[in-house]
Ligand binder design. Structure first.
Ligand code: MYR
Length: 279
């Protein structure tokens, strides 16, 4: 049984790593007026953050069912099964697109997986699935391992300005609560596949400190963890934070990733987050 691993672009796994680990990718898009750009293909994160400085904020869109069908049919010429790992179904129709296309294609068994999150935290699932697929593990075993990972995956993030998330309809909270959060730097997280406020915090510094403590609640056990700092155009700050975190939590292996064009559209420049999972 030969199993492929597919993710959508929002896991932001660099191309070189995807190629080395044989990870297939289907992009989501950002749409500026009449122009559609597939992220990680037609537009990089740096180009995107430059572009939004002087253009109206774009909208985003999921891959079409037709694009999924085309890709699954191509994979069917080489593989028997595909594990298809996607951005939370509570904030994008991408996962549902994979499910629908999976029911339409023949010659390949499609195993859609709702990461219930996004970005490099979704990437943790993808990297594990790729490792297991390369070892020849069966799709059911890989899916069971991904479900197991879900129990220890956590992520918290903050934005400089909540209005993009609110405008794009991706912040799930009562309007009154959102109003009361607009002047602060609330910590956000995912609950039941949706983005919700976790805690109301006044400053960026305090929010980052709170994330460090939340990681500590899990990492204090001394068990090995993987973690990723995710930033929107704040690389220097991310590098500094990584050094600080590495000094506090020697049992955690940290990496740095980014919010690309699609997630950056909803979060905005300056956003910062941290996600982790038990190794
Ligand atoms: C679409 O148009 O289908 C894509 C919508 C993407 C919404 C992205 C919202 C922000 C996600 C933040 C993830 C943080 C993970 C740590």
């Amino acid at each position: 049984m030969k199993t492929a691993v597919l993710t959508d672009s929002t896991s932001y796994i660099p191309k070189e790593i995807r190629e080395n680990l044989n990870i297939h990718m289907i992009p989501l898009s950002v749409i500026f007026g009449n122009e559609t750009y597939k992220e990680e293909v037609d537009i990089t994160a740096d180009q995107f953050y430059e572009e939004v400085k002087h253009r109206q904020l774009p909208t985003t869109s999921q891959p079409s069912v037709g694009e999924f069908v085309e890709l699954f049919e191509k994979l069917a010429t080489e593989y028997d099964a595909v594990i298809s790992i996607h951005i939370s179904s509570g904030i994008s129709g991408t996962f549902q697109g994979a499910v629908s296309a999976g029911n339409m294609v023949e010659g390949i068994e499609v195993y859609p997986f709702d990461s219930e999150i996004s970005c490099m935290v979704q990437g943790f699932y993808v990297l594990k699935a790729a490792e297991m697929a390369a070892e020849g593990k069966a799709p059911d075993e890989i899916m069971a391992q991904l479900d197991e990972m879900k129990k220890s995956i956590r992520a918290y993030f903050m934005v400089d300005d909540l209005s993009n998330l609110q405008r794009g309809g991706r912040l799930s909270s009562a309007q009154a609560i959102i109003g009361s959060l607009l002047q602060v730097k609330p910590l956000l997280h995912f609950e039941n596949k949706l983005i919700v406020p976790f805690e109301k915090i006044r400053t960026r510094k305090k929010a980052m400190k709170r994330i460090v403590d939340l990681l500590g609640e899990d990492a204090k056990s001394g068990e090995p963890f993987l973690a990723s700092i995710i930033h929107a155009k704040r690389e220097d700050e991310a590098i500094k934070w990584k050094e600080e975190l590495e000094a506090i939590y020697p049992n955690v292996e940290f990496s740095i990733s980014y919010f690309g064009p699609v997630t950056g559209t909803h979060l905005g420049e300056g956003s910062m987050g941290l996600g982790w999972v038990k190794k």
